[in-house]
Design a protein around this ligand. Structure first.
Ligand SMILES: Nc1nc2c(ncn2[C@@H]2O[C@H](COP(=O)(O)OP(=O)(O)O)[C@@H](O)[C@H]2O)c(=O)[nH]1
Ligand SMILES: [Mg+2]
Length: 270
């Protein structure tokens, strides 16, 4: 099963075509998938539009809606979706995350999934690989992503990762299960957009095998404003980066990670 998580907050204008693009991507493919919409307290017709996509697919599009009563932030939405999937997934399943705003092409999900099937723990749609194009993104946002890429690669390098801030990724389920064994309920605790890079920083100590694939990020299809609070996200990203770097040296060296995993296995066996 491919579990495709769409964190969404007030995306009534774009959620329907986004979900229909997922349906198109998997039409005629012999692979089961489920779209998991995490509706984060939307006050518009996001959920109704998602259900309209299901109707339009003639019921072929499998959709689960998880709802927060109130808006809690992108990180909280990702967390709800990831833990929900982990409680249900089989080891050979794959969990995909992407923006719900029609800027991350669902048509590329099968390629990301293939990289995982071929051996990666995690594949990332990257703006820093050949074939990547970025359209319609304001210059300051592009510059921020570029600075983040350079900064993360020097302070917290993870082999294979150049794009730390793009949410479009496919995860091997056992990788996330290991992360949950090591971090317990502390996996994905950041509330806002900084959670996207924090998930990667949590996976760093697990010796994760990453493959990136260049992709076309097109804000042309985005109707409505970006919801990222830029200054707040920069502040919380920088403080998390420093915190995780120190934690990694103090608590998550390879032998410590192995001990935490062994302890989790023992308590699961009990
Ligand atoms: N769960 C949740 N999702 C959010 C929130 N804010 C934004 N999102 C979703 O996160 C994704 C990225 O948001 P977007 O505004 O497109 O940011 P940008 O792509 O960085 O400009 C979209 O799918 C949004 O619907 C939020 O408060 N909660
Ligand atoms: Mg977006």
């Amino acid at each position: 099963m491919i579990w495709v998580i769409f964190p969404a907050w007030n995306e009534e204008k774009v959620i329907r075509p986004t979900l229909l693009a997922l349906w198109q991507a998997y039409r005629g493919r012999n692979e089961a998938y489920t779209a998991v919409l995490v509706d984060d307290g939307s006050t518009d017709r996001t959920v109704a539009e998602a259900q309209a996509a299901v109707a339009e697919s003639g019921g072929e599009l499998a959709l689960t809606v998880l709802s927060h009563a109130q808006n809690m932030g992108l990180g909280a939405g990702l967390r709800t979706g990831i833990y929900w999937v982990l409680d249900r997934a089989q080891p050979d399943d794959i969990l995909v995350t992407l923006d719900a705003d029609n800027t991350h092409p669902p048509a590329m999900i099968p390629d990301l999934v293939k990289l995982v099937r071929d051996g990666a723990d995690l594949s990332i749609a990257s703006r820093y690989r050949s074939g990547a194009e970025v359209h319609g993104v304001p210059g300051y946002r592009r510059a921020l992503s570029d600075v983040a890429s350079v900064l993360f690669r020097s302070i917290y390098p993870i082999p294979g990762v150049r794009d730390y801030t793009c949410c479009f990724r496919a995860y091997r389920i056992p990788l996330l299960a290991r992360a949950r064994a090591v971090y317990g309920d502390q996996l994905c605790t950041a509330r806002g957009f900084e959670a996207v890079m924090d998930l990667l920083l949590r996976l760093g100590p697990l010796d994760v095998k990453v493959q990136e694939l260049g992709f076309v990020l097109d804000y042309g299809g985005r109707v409505g404003q970006s919801k990222m609070k830029v200054l707040r996200t920069i502040r919380s990203t920088l403080s998390l980066l420093v915190k995780r770097r120190i934690e990694r040296m103090q608590h998550y060296r390879p032998e410590q990670v192995a001990a935490l995993e062994a302890a989790a296995k023992r308590s699961a066996a009990r």
